[in-house]
Design a protein. Structure first.
Length: 122
């Protein structure tokens, strides 16, 4: 799944760069949408992200592209890789600014782990 986000003034830290917490929030939200669309009827919670490393600073007005790809599926958990790139609107060059693996666990209505529902064909 691919989606875009525009970095606005309210997303910046006191130095004028994208606040890292916003990037993590967007990454979690976008990966959650991907897993929910892939497994309709299942409830998921985020249990972890691997290495968090902000590779490049991001300024206001930057358009970020988030690409979520299913990486690994277990009995109760599923892992997605999320790559975040920015594209220079004058040259069209793309640059990777952030990547992580995010793991979700399927839970029942009481929050206990349960087997993942059948995969939807997308």
């Amino acid at each position: 799944m691919q989606t875009y986000k525009l970095v606005m003034p309210e997303n910046l830290n006191h130095f004028g760069f994208l606040f890292g917490g916003n990037l993590l929030k967007w990454t979690d939200e976008i990966a959650y949408i991907a897993v929910t669309l892939d497994y309709p009827g299942c409830n998921f919670v985020t249990v972890g992200m691997d290495k968090i490393e902000f590779r490049k600073s991001i300024r206001q007005g930057t358009i970020l592209c988030f690409e979520s790809k299913r990486n690994r599926v277990g009995n109760t958990s599923v892992e997605y890789v999320v790559d975040v790139t920015r594209e220079d609107i004058t040259s069209g060059e793309k640059e990777l600014v952030f990547t992580t693996r995010i793991t979700f666990v399927s839970v029942d209505s009481d929050g206990r782990k349960q087997a993942i529902c059948s995969l939807k064909k997308r």
